[in-house]
Design a protein around this ligand. Structure first.
Ligand SMILES: *[C@@H]1O[C@H](CO)[C@@H](O)[C@H](O)[C@H]1NC(C)=O
Ligand SMILES: *[C@@H]1O[C@H](CO)[C@@H](O)[C@H](O)[C@H]1NC(C)=O
Ligand SMILES: *[C@@H]1O[C@H](CO)[C@@H](O)[C@H](O)[C@H]1NC(C)=O
Ligand SMILES: *[C@@H]1O[C@H](CO)[C@@H](O)[C@H](O)[C@H]1NC(C)=O
Ligand SMILES: *[C@@H]1O[C@H](CO)[C@@H](O)[C@H](O)[C@H]1NC(C)=O
Length: 469
């Protein structure tokens, strides 16, 4: 590891043990000491993923300490029984209103999804919803209102069953902040601060629970690579930034993002609610127009992350030094059924078939020198050439026809040139017409966030398909 953090290499000395003993004495109060073991997100938006049985064997062999599910799948919960993995399960957003309204619904949910598996399956966290505050329809806002009441009811249902050790939280994203920079300027969004986040903080504080947050340095860096250094996003090199508000010095982007949340919580009057990183990671591949998504950066980010988060004594962040931040890496597998831009399908440590994309050791014990060399980096600069969006070679023709119709119905005159008598009508071929329609659609909607994907029917290419048109 090239990292320059002075506390990184102390794992084998005797000091940390003494320090830990002292820390655990100090911490016998509200929040009991939580382990620094790395967790993994077990997402399953893919076809042909290894079976749950095999996936859990893989998770164990990777030496993960925790696993986070996006549901409470009963087969998976059963398979996790008797393992040493600490488990986080999730209640879908669509259940929240009901749970918030009726205690009997929350009781029933716990009865169905926790009671049969606990404690043989070490359920430690129940997350009520996923990124609830990142969705904005009228119905979503209705869910916001019921979020904290639902969390209270689930907690009450657990208490009634004497399952006090299971913590209740919800998983949020960085977009709950309206200001993140400099970190001391961190402030919650005004539309949720008083009515949702304040009661949420009160709940987390009074139940000794944690704020679960998805924190991806990849996103601010990739949208602003001119102003943010890649080294600071990857924990590499010797970069430093001094926050003019707090005077604290930062040498990586993750710490800055975490402290912007810490400062926001402090302003709201909750300086002690601890964080869990519910998702973080780096894409190993992506579309041609997405910078920095490659195996080299993904391995570098995740390895350095694991080194930092398992350091003993814990590093914490500049605003909260020495605090353990339990961290779940996203994700176990590349998931080929996730929609959207190319990176969405490439956050995995493993391929769809369960083989590893690069060497990684979640225990944090392996040193950089133990790993095989990484492929050289290719795309850390924005791609400047032209890119077209065309029909994928293996596209199903029936589905391609539907996608062609869809694309032609978006925007203004998207497929005008494909009309009989117009310049791109001949030669009449579904693949050629679809390729024209996809490119024409993408030109109009790309700046609005549209992706060249169409459920896998479209791909980006740097080869001019001009001879087609
Ligand atoms: C990092 O840079 C600072 C100032 O630029 C310097 O004082 C420090 O010694 C450097 N640390 C390492 C490990 O190179
Ligand atoms: C802090 O955020 C506010 C807006 O929320 C902005 O006006 C101000 O410039 C920021 N402070 C600094 C030092 O960037
Ligand atoms: C948070 O919890 C602690 C300990 O339980 C308590 O002393 C403190 O007053 C709480 N903070 C708020 C703002 O409620
Ligand atoms: C193509 O897609 C259609 C509709 O989804 C499906 O019914 C058909 O079986 C697919 N054909 C092939 C060859 O996969
Ligand atoms: C289509 O045209 C309308 C009016 O001319 C305009 O408001 C709209 O933004 C256009 N849409 C696109 C995708 O260009």
């Amino acid at each position: 590891m090239k990292s320059s953090f002075p506390m990184d290499n102390k794992r084998s000395s005797a000091k940390p043990l003494l320090f830990c003993l002292i820390m655990s004495c100090l911490l016998v109060g509200s929040w009991a000491q939580i382990s620094n073991k790395i967790g993994i997100n077990y997402g399953r938006f893919g076809n042909n993923l290894p079976s749950p049985y095999r996936s859990i064997e893989i998770i164990k062999s990777m030496k993960a300490g925790r696993v986070k599910l996006y549901d409470s799948d009963h087969e998976v919960l059963k398979l996790l029984s008797g393992t040493k993995l600490e488990v986080s399960i999730m209640i879908p957003n669509s259940d929240i209103i009901n749970l918030g309204l009726e205690q009997t619904s929350a009781d029933q949910w716990v009865e169905d999804n926790v009671v049969p598996y606990y404690p043989a399956t070490m359920i430690r966290f129940i997350l009520v919803g996923n990124r609830v505050l990142s969705h904005y329809s009228d119905h979503d806002r209705e869910i916001w209102r019921h979020l904290v009441p639902a969390m209270r009811r689930v907690k009450a249902a657990l208490r009634a069953r004497y399952m006090r050790n299971i913590k209740v939280s919800t998983s949020l994203a960085m977009d709950i902040l309206q200001s993140t920079f400099p970190p001391s300027n961190g402030t919650f969004r005004s539309d949720v601060s008083a009515n949702v986040v304040a009661p949420l903080m009160h709940f987390l504080n009074s139940t000794n629970s944690y704020l679960f947050l998805n924190v991806y340095p990849y996103f601010p860096w990739s949208t602003n690579p001119k102003d943010i250094s890649l080294d600071s996003a990857l924990f590499e090199g010797n970069v430093s930034y001094k926050d003019p508000g707090s005077g604290l010095v930062y040498n990586n982007l993750l710490d800055q993002m975490l402290d912007s949340i810490n400062f926001a919580m402090e302003k709201l009057g909750y300086p002690n609610v601890p964080l869990v990183i519910s998702e973080t990671g780096w894409p190993n591949s992506g579309d041609l127009d997405q910078i920095g998504a490659n195996v080299h950066n993904a391995a570098t980010y995740n390895r350095n992350l694991i080194g930092r988060m398992t350091a003993n004594p814990p590093l914490g962040t500049p605003a909260r030094p020495g605090v353990v931040i339990p961290t779940f890496i996203y994700s176990l597998f590349d998931e080929n059924q996730k929609a959207g831009i190319g990176t969405e399908r490439h956050w995995g440590l493993l391929r769809q078939d369960g083989t590893s994309i690069y060497d990684i050791d979640l225990s944090g014990e392996r040193q950089e020198s133990d790993y095989r060399p990484l492929p050289v980096t290719q795309n850390n600069e924005p791609y400047r050439g032209k890119i077209w969006c065309v029909a994928a070679a293996e596209a199903n023709l029936t589905e391609l026809g539907s996608a062609l119709n869809f694309a032609c119905n978006q925007g203004n005159g998207t497929c005008a040139a494909l009309a009989p008598s117009r310049e791109c009508y001949q030669p009449v071929s579904l693949v050629r017409h679809a390729s024209y329609a996809f490119s024409s659609y993408w030109v109009q909607f790309r700046s609005l966030g549209a992706s060249c994907y169409f459920n896998g029917l479209a791909v980006q290419t740097t080869t001019d398909p001009g001879n087609l048109f």
